[in-house]
Design a protein around this ligand. Structure first.
Ligand code: CTP
Length: 406
């Protein structure tokens, strides 16, 4: 009895796959587990609480505001008095609620209140599963430490449509539960574990002579936050940073450079990678021939002219590189026509996404702690509200995790 004495809180949400949760209950009990079922209103349209109660030999919890249930165990105890919370089937709607922290019925309230590991077995139409909204929710949930089993590919029961979205078979769910509860696999695996990321950050300094340089106002805050967010999701991150005064983010390899050409070399040396996020405000020009010695003022002479040469475009180099990462993401610092200029940069530089922001002085973005970006992709754009640079980083890391999901 592999699950002897284990207490499983099974949340059944409303999908045709709910009939399989009856079999799941039987399989879990055969292995010695105690199953406490919770059903959403939708689930009760597909299977009866009578069947669920009979198979689980337990009271079936359905109401958030039931006086008897609250007196019996109460939703907070329900959420915590178990070894594992399993959601099978998990509908697109319940996943969306979980990702956004809703608590408007018993199931979603338990999912918000629990401090236990949660295993989700999604079941939905393939179009719903691959919809960008569901992909974002999956990534958010994965980043929150929620574990997944399935879905599998196959034909849908209702529509006959084929694709990914069919709930994992009960025995696969049992195997995932055994893995989690018997410690066969480490808990809290990260969605970007085993993935390599390269991030550039900060300004570059282009020397005029040994003591003077051309620079810009980039603080490195956004790039460093992105490197940290990717590392938190388990990625192996190389951060190539220009001169900044902020501390190194935790858990990333930092390569410090000064000039754009050094930054390009460090980025190319860090290839191959799964994702590259170019956040650095690379100087577009360098001084064509920096003086070896300090340029002296000469009384009566005109100031020295600065002859500029174009720097390599690092994002463009990576976007068109033979070992191009699967995902290449850039920023576009603009002061006008933000979306149009951002899209033009996406095309020109061979990026998959551009996060375009308005860096006019009035916005306070350069050097500030918050950012307001437009995410421009090949198939559309999305405006993100103003948020802290750390939050932009987390949202971008979640998007990257979703795009790199196997
Ligand atoms: N970038 C880069 N190398 C450069 C210039 C820019 O890798 N030499 C990257 C930046 O890190 C950013 C993106 O390209 O991800 C766009 O940077 P931005 O300064 O907005 O664009 P530029 O190419 O410099 O275009 P312009 O100055 O004309 O707006």
């Amino acid at each position: 009895m592999t699950l002897s004495g284990k207490r499983i809180l099974l949340i059944i949400s409303g999908g045709i796959a709910a009939y399989k949760s009856l079999d799941l209950i039987r399989r879990l009990r055969e292995r010695g587990a105690e199953v406490r079922p919770v059903m959403t209103a939708g689930a009760q349209q597909f299977v009866t609480s009578l069947a669920v109660g009979a198979l689980s030999a337990s009271h079936v919890y359905t109401e958030l505001f039931s006086r008897e249930d609250e007196q019996d165990v109460g939703h907070i105890r329900l959420a915590r008095e178990c070894d594992l919370v399993v959601v099978a089937p998990a509908t697109a709607d319940l996943m969306a609620k979980m990702a956004n922290g809703h608590a408007d019925d018993l199931a979603s309230t338990i999912l918000l209140a629990t401090d236990r590991t949660v295993l989700v077995a999604p079941a939905m139409n393939p179009k719903m599963w691959t919809h960008p909204a569901t992909r974002r929710n999956r990534a958010t949930l994965a980043a929150d430490g929620i574990r997944f089993v399935g879905p599998a590919s196959g034909e849908m029961a209702e529509s006959g449509e084929a694709g990914e979205g069919r709930m994992a078979e009960p025995l696969e769910i049992v195997a995932a539960i055994e893995d989690l509860l018997t410690g066969a696999k480490p808990l809290g695996a990260k969605p970007l574990a085993g993935r390599k990321a390269i991030v550039t950050s900060g300004p570059t300094h282009e020397p005029i002579d040994p003591v003077r340089y051309i620079a810009n106002r980039s603080s490195g805050k956004q790039g460093h936050a992105i490197a940290a967010a990717l590392a938190r999701l388990g990625a192996d991150v190389t951060l190539v940073s220009g001169p900044v005064t902020i501390p190194d983010p935790a858990g990333v390899r930092v390569v410090r450079v000064e000039r754009a050409e050094e930054m390009r070399d460090a980025v190319v040396a860090a290839l191959p990678a799964d994702v590259a996020v170019m956040v650095a405000a690379v100087a577009d020009w360098r001084v064509a021939s920096a003086a070896g010695n300090k340029i002296k003022k000469r009384p009566g002479e005109a100031p020295p002219p600065l002859q500029l040469a174009e720097n390599p475009d690092i994002l463009k180099t990576i976007g068109h590189h033979a070992s191009r990462p699967k995902l290449v993401i850039g920023f576009a610092a603009e002061t006008e026509n933000v979306a149009e200029n951002g899209r033009a940069k996406l095309e020109r530089k061979g990026a998959d996404y551009i996060l375009a922001n308005d860096v006019s002085p009035a916005t306070g973005i350069m050097g500030g702690d918050s950012n307001r970006v437009k995410l421009i992709g090949r198939d559309g754009k999305e405006e993100w509200p103003e948020m802290a640079k750390d939050e932009v980083a987390d949202k971008l890391a979640a998007l990257i995790a979703a795009k790199l999901l196997p």
